[in-house]
Design a protein around this ligand. Structure first.
Ligand code: CMX
Length: 435
């Protein structure tokens, strides 16, 4: 393509200059102290990465290129008749910082539909996976295998100059996003026995096609949900496990397929993206244990039993956020509009009234409020996508948007190999002996 690539080619020299200026002006300034606890404590709050697409505020939540979720919902182009943003438009925003026109968003839909086919050998890999292999493992396998046709890996072998890295990175990134619906759809149909995968429709937008591949293409509300879902799950600044992993692996000049497959392996952990599956398992078990329409007291007891069993309440807490996640709120508003009487939505709402107080009383979690994963499964379940083992795959499809946007900028701005310094406990003791 593409209008997007042309726009990027215009923006890159400006941004290279911008970064140069920022480094000249601020490069030698201290960014606050580092304390030893941060080395032991998962690097919380350590300023360590550049991430252009989004910044997370502890109280306010995520902003994509400076725009909140409600602002994105208001400003980004939508599908005809739709009211949620097109993820195509969000991708344009993440990459360029600019709101695309309707036509530019539509061009991306067409471009991605044209790139959507996956190699036959990748189809075979997926078809050979036992249905007992977790969908996220299958997803990661397939994305790793796409590296077979990487434009970047090929260009690197052909001796491409550093200055040109971003071009094939862009092409791989576009291919990657475009191919994810066919991978996700194939996994869903294989694992859950949902029949043959239909073809992509080049006239439809990305979310409509993804919905069709999953078997929900006729349901306009589900398609709208996917548009919102992909938008809000796309990016959450750079330090979370999936984003940081992608950036780290990409810094070794592993191509976008290898880098994003690594992201997926991180997203597949229960403290990160797998939490959306865990929430549904937890809710189902709650209903089995205390019945449907349980009283607040019964729910409280169940939550306390979870904590006393040494387990986390999935969907609650966050490493950065200290208020209700606006991604949770956006989904709650979608539910209030489209499915206000859904019983699972009501349970999610009941839990929202109960869990924060219990987590505060328990006194450990720094953030007692719900995150994105507390809500998403209830919405998918409402429309009939009840297979919770698949939920993190949808998170993964979405997260590709944010990870590859940064990979493109990292290669355009010459981001170096990541290599922070580590210390042994012995070394820490020596360094601070007598201090
Ligand atoms: N339930 C029970 N205990 C919790 C808790 C929760 N939801 N959230 C935090 N805690 C506990 C921690 O396990 C930790 O306990 P220990 O001191 O015994 O280790 C203590 O409170 C302090 O943790 P924290 O500083 O508040 O939280 P972290 O930054 O370490 O971890 C997160 C953040 C998200 C991993 C954690 O809140 C959690 O495990 N939540 C449940 C899983 C979840 O919903 N993950 C999805 C996050 C969003 C996403 O990435 O998709």
């Amino acid at each position: 393509s593409s209008a997007l690539k042309e726009r990027l080619a215009q923006l890159i020299p400006q941004e290279q200059e911008n970064v140069k200026q920022a480094r000249l002006e601020h490069g030698k300034k201290s960014f606050g102290p580092v304390v030893v606890d941060q080395l032991y404590g998962g690097m919380r709050g350590l300023p360590a990465l550049i991430w252009e697409g989004s910044v997370l505020d502890a109280d306010e939540g995520i902003r994509f290129r400076g725009k909140t979720i409600p602002e994105c919902q208001a400003l980004l182009p939508k599908a005809p008749g739709g009211s949620e943003p097109l993820p195509e438009a969000l991708f344009w925003l993440l990459l360029t910082g600019e709101i695309p026109t309707q036509e530019q968003a539509t061009d991306l839909s067409k471009d991605w539909a044209a790139r959507a086919a996956i190699p036959e050998f990748v189809e075979e890999i997926l078809d050979r996976c036992p249905p007992t292999l977790h969908p996220m493992s299958q997803f990661s396998l397939a994305v790793t295998a796409l590296n077979h046709n990487s434009a970047f890996a090929q260009a690197y072998q052909n001796g491409i100059s550093k200055k040109e890295y971003w071009g094939p990175t862009f092409e791989d990134s576009m291919d990657l996003i475009a191919k994810l619906p066919n991978i996700a759809g194939r996994i869903y149909r294989n694992v859950f026995g949902k029949g043959k995968l239909p073809a992509i429709d080049p006239a439809k937008d990305y979310s409509a096609n993804l919905a069709t591949l999953l078997g929900f293409g006729e349901n306009d509300a589900f398609v709208e949900l996917l548009r919102l879902y992909i938008t809000i799950h796309s990016d959450h600044e750079g330090g979370n496990v999936s984003a940081h992993t992608g950036k780290l692996v990409g810094s070794a000049l592993s191509d976008p397929f290898l880098a994003f497959a690594a992201s997926l392996n991180g997203l597949a952990g229960p403290l990160h993206g797998l939490a959306n599956q865990e929430v549904l398992l937890w809710l189902n078990k709650m209903q089995e244990t205390i019945g449907r329409d349980a009283s607040d007291d019964a729910v409280k007891e169940y939550v306390w039993a979870t904590l006393k069993g040494g387990k986390v309440v999935p969907g609650y807490g966050h490493a950065v956020l200290r208020k209700t996640d606006p991604r949770y709120t956006a989904q709650r508003e979608f539910a209030l509009k489209h499915l206000p009487d859904d019983p699972l939505f009501k349970l999610v709402g009941q839990i929202y009234e109960i869990v924060p107080n219990i987590l505060l009383e328990a006194g450990k979690a720094k953030n007692p409020w719900p995150n994105v994963d507390a809500h998403s499964g209830a919405l998918l379940t409402h429309y009939g996508l009840t297979e919770m083992q698949f939920y993190t795959v949808l998170f993964g499809v979405s997260r590709a948007f944010g990870v590859v946007a940064q990979l493109i900028w990292d290669r355009a701005l010459g981001a170096p190999l990541e290599r922070p310094k580590s210390y042994s406990t012995e070394a820490i003791k020596k360094i601070f002996a007598g201090k």
